[in-house]
Design a protein around this ligand. Structure first.
Ligand code: HEC
Ligand code: HEC
Ligand code: HEC
Ligand code: HEC
Ligand code: HEC
Length: 449
């Protein structure tokens, strides 16, 4: 427990002595209670790091890590979820988002919560998940809700130790040290596992999904950490489970020595819409390239009007989709067209409001309020009602009743599509309309009769 927290508990205790003795005993000591413990000028502007690490800087710029605080889908959904809450547990969760989305701000005093005026965020924290945050990490205190333990330097005059994958680095500007943590999925997993602050509901489980997957192999030759896919990707190299993941030889800094592999910092996932809004066209294209190398779709007629569609997660090191699995939309579109191209049967087509019909076959999680009713606001989530996402390496099978027998000249098409959020939610968020978000074709297959 750090000093600020002790003071707070002490202040709260005066007057409620007995209750507080019980409280202090019950509160577990959490080494990663980082709030307010660092001074803002301890964290160095990514621009400074980029002065020498120019290629890494160009990869990180416009990435979702760089945009984590400014991403309007995040900020506006977060403000929307916070609105009108009265339950203390729900409020605590709805305020907690800045811990991961604005991590430098959170540990240096501002913002502390979603309802703070986020436009007042200083320039360095506003640049999201950044160089000097990740490279100050020395340990992980828990594997969810950002348990990174940090040891930053004292700013540009005394930058301290930057932790990374090399054991022979001797830069002039800063000290360097080998860190096993940086080579491990754990450095990613502590933020990519999200639990409700009060109700304990598993809101995001990317790390756990990976931990239980074939990629977490005990055989070092088959073990693929998050970095093994997400820090090998560059344009033309999607680096997924179903593609080659070749080394990226080069230099980690201007004037540094040639090395067999430099970890790329694009850290692209599936989001192609948000980078596009920030003119990061290359990141957007890389997200599409990743999605088109993530899954296979297969189609067969099993009787004269029933199609069997099999979708296999061949490329993702976790469930498909992962992350905010309650918001992401991965679905199957099936169309049967006659010889003039006119549809005879179709499913999974967005309507005129850009909404998908209720009966669409979709791979997702549904959050519940604890009484079995679905909720979209994660702050209200007390249970997972269902999870139909496809685990790494696994398949999902669905039957489609075409309602008629395909005739000669008919064409049956099945497509796997991705969109990062339903329009329905974006429409409810106050302010100028967000979207439409891009729909990406991940895989497709066709059969002509
Ligand atoms: C999300 C956390 C994260 C962020 C943000 C981040 N890095 Fe890294 N960086 C890593 C990890 C993890 C590795 C090592 C990967 C491994 O060994 O598996 C790494 C490796 C490196 C290396 C060693 C060379 C290499 O790429 O292999 C340098 C230098 C580096 N990062 C600099 C930077 C700079 C400069 C920035 C900002 C422009 C930055 N990093 C942003 C996590 C991060
Ligand atoms: C004046 C140039 C310069 C600046 C500025 C600079 N670095 Fe470096 N850094 C280097 C050089 C040179 C290396 C050594 C590369 C190698 O060994 O291949 C290095 C290595 C690293 C490594 C790898 C350490 C290891 O042991 O694996 C990390 C991580 C890193 N820098 C992060 C940063 C961060 C974060 C910043 C900004 C706060 C930064 N650097 C600013 C020159 C610089
Ligand atoms: C075998 C390669 C591979 C590994 C290992 C891997 N990923 Fe992925 N990741 C992918 C692919 C392919 C996608 C795109 C498909 C998707 O969205 O699931 C993706 C997408 C993502 C997304 C965006 C998901 C969405 O739909 O919004 C996140 C976040 C992510 N990965 C994080 C991680 C983290 C954290 C780890 C380690 C715990 C990891 N990944 C390990 C291949 C991999
Ligand atoms: C400090 C917390 C934190 C750490 C550490 C971290 N991430 Fe992230 N990551 C985030 C947040 C928050 C976002 C989402 C930003 C947004 O969508 O607004 C994100 C986004 C991503 C995305 C893009 C998702 C998409 O939908 O396209 C990928 C891929 C990803 N992270 C992988 C990684 C990997 C790999 C590592 C480890 C090298 C890592 N992350 C470390 C918090 C973190
Ligand atoms: C423990 C870290 C963590 C916390 C706390 C957190 N997030 Fe995230 N958030 C992430 C990660 C990691 C991703 C990327 C996952 C993905 O791409 O699917 C993400 C992505 C998102 C996205 C998708 C953004 C986009 O552009 O599609 C939204 C919206 C979001 N978070 C909202 C919130 C809200 C609201 C809260 C607080 C109630 C919150 N997050 C708290 C880690 C966190």
């Amino acid at each position: 427990m750090h000093k600020k927290q002790r003071i707070r508990i002490a202040a709260a205790c005066s007057g409620l002595a007995l209750l507080c003795i019980a409280l202090v005993w019950a509160v577990p000591v959490d080494a990663s209670s980082n709030e307010n413990i660092f001074k803002p000028d301890q964290f160095i502007d990514p621009e400074t790091c980029g002065g020498c690490h120019d290629e890494i800087m160009a990869q990180w710029q416009g990435s979702m890590h760089n945009l984590s605080h400014k991403d309007p889908v995040y900020t506006r959904v977060a403000k929307f979820f916070r609105q009108g809450l009265t339950d203390a547990g729900q409020i605590e969760e709805a305020e907690s988002c800045v811990k991961c989305h604005t991590p430098v701000g959170y540990v240096t005093g501002f913002p502390q919560k979603v309802s703070d005026d986020l436009s007042q965020t200083r320039e360095i924290p506003a640049q999201g998940i950044q160089c000097d945050y990740c490279h100050a990490a020395v340990d992980v205190a828990r594997m969810y809700n950002n348990g990174l333990v940090l040891s930053p330097g004292q700013g540009e005059d005394n930058p301290g130790v930057k932790h990374g994958p090399f054991d022979d680095s001797e830069p002039d500007f800063h000290d360097a040290a080998f860190s096993k943590l940086h080579t491990d999925s754990k450095i990613c997993g502590t933020c990519h596992n999200v639990k409700h602050m009060v109700f304990g509901t598993d809101l995001e489980t990317t790390y756990t999904e990976w931990e239980n997957s074939l990629y977490n192999s005990p055989d070092p030759d088959k073990h693929v950490p998050c970095q093994g896919c997400h820090m090998y990707q560059r344009p033309g190299v999607p680096a997924t489970g179903s593609t080659a993941r070749p080394d990226n030889p080069g230099k980690a800094a201007v004037d540094a020595k040639q090395r067999p592999h430099i970890f790329t910092h694009n850290v692209v996932g599936a989001n192609s819409g948000v980078p596009e809004w920030f003119s990061a066209k290359e990141k957007s294209a890389m997200a599409v390239e990743r999605l088109t190398h993530a899954a296979d779709i297969f189609l067969i007629m099993i009787d004269n009007h029933t199609a069997r569609v099999v979708v296999t997660n061949t490329g993702a090191g976790h469930s498909l989709p992962t992350g905010v699995g309650d918001l992401r939309q991965v679905w199957v579109e099936v169309t049967l067209t006659d010889s003039d191209g006119k549809p005879v049967f179709q499913t999974g087509i967005p309507d005129e409001n850009n909404e998908l019909p209720e009966n669409t076959v979709m791979f997702k999680t549904i959050l519940g309020d604890g009484l079995g009713n679905p909720v979209i606001n994660m702050a209200k989530a007390k249970q997972i009602l269902s999870d139909t996402r496809i685990p790494a390496g696994k398949s999902a099978v669905h039957l489609f009743n075409l309602r008629s027998t395909p005739q000669k000249g008919h064409t049956l098409t099945a497509r796997l599509l991705y969109r990062s959020m339903p329009q329905k939610i974006l429409n409810q968020v106050p302010g100028p309309l967000l979207g439409p978000l891009p729909v990406v074709e991940m895989a497709a297959t066709q059969k002509t009769f």
